[in-house]
Design a protein around this ligand. Structure first.
Ligand code: SAH
Length: 254
């Protein structure tokens, strides 16, 4: 996860207020992002920026300073522009969640960038043309412009949230893979055994058992039983039938 986050650049174009640079650095660092690029800033980060960074000074100190946007984007395979306005021109528009997903997906392969416009006028049409997509944080249409660092915080949070969700998904998938899941033939043996037991104990008759078995199959398949769990269930079925485990297994798995 850290590798991907390190490949996501936050690019600030012609930012006027140094306090906003500091606040953006703080917003980024809290979410584990570290790469800030400044395009023709009105002034370099100063004491006000450091104060607003509140300990995230290292991001300001290591921020790249570029004459133009093209230089700041060098080597990026994906560029997304953050826009306060829903532009009238047709431009592929993403919501913050989709934006984070794409940035993280592509950051697995190489550098990517999220571009923020000027406090006064946002991004120019030329700058927008350098972006593959735009992202807009849904806001009150009558008052849609967030402070630049607040916009950065929302988008950075979404990136972190999805990066964490990705890690959790992977470890859940890993532990599922590590489980010794019962293969289909053993599940068949179990379902046969289950049906026989249900008839034996008088829970269902052969008439209703088809629908019942369908439901029970669905239930047990959803649980993705592993071999140990399957053995426990078969032990219970044996006990319900008053049989010894070894006898029961021989009959169904023969
Ligand atoms: N007055 C400018 C707004 C500038 S706000 C305009 O009308 O375009 C500065 C930057 O913060 C914007 O360029 C954009 O990058 C980001 N931003 C502000 N509000 C946003 C929102 N609702 N969605 C996405 N980005 C936003």
């Amino acid at each position: 996860m850290t590798d991907s986050l390190a490949r996501i650049r936050f690019v600030m174009v012609e930012t006027t207020h140094t306090g906003n640079m500091g606040a953006m650095a703080r917003a980024m660092k809290t979410m584990g992002l570290s790469r800030m690029e400044l395009v023709s800033p009105k002034t370099r980060p100063d004491a006000e920026a450091m104060a607003r960074a509140s300990g995230a000074d290292v991001l300001l100190e290591s921020a790249g300073v570029h004459e133009n946007l093209v230089d700041a984007l060098a080597g990026c395979r994906l560029v997304i522009g953050a826009s306060a306005r829903l532009r009238s021109i047709e431009w592929p528009l993403l919501d913050p969640s989709e934006c984070a997903r794409r940035l993280l997906d592509e950051a697995a392969e190489g550098d990517v960038a999220l571009v923020f416009g000027r406090e006064s006028s946002g991004l120019s049409n030329d700058e927008l043309a350098r972006c593959h997509y735009l992202v807009h944080i849904p806001t009150n249409p009558d008052f849609s412009s967030l402070n630049i660092a607040a916009a950065g915080q929302v988008l950075a949070y979404e990136i972190r949230r999805q990066a964490l969700a990705g890690v959790q998904r992977e470890s859940a998938a890993d532990s599922e893979e590590r489980r010794d899941l019962a293969p289909a033939d053993e599940m068949e043996g179990f379902f046969g055994h289950l049906l026989e037991t249900l008839l034996h104990i008088g829970f269902s008759d052969p008439e209703q058992s088809r629908t019942l078995m369908k439901r029970l199959r669905r239930l047990f398949n959803r649980a993705r039983l592993d071999r140990v769990e399957l053995n426990i269930l078969r032990g219970i079925l044996n006990a319900a039938q008053g049989r010894k485990t070894s006898e029961r297994f021989k009959r169904h798995d023969a």
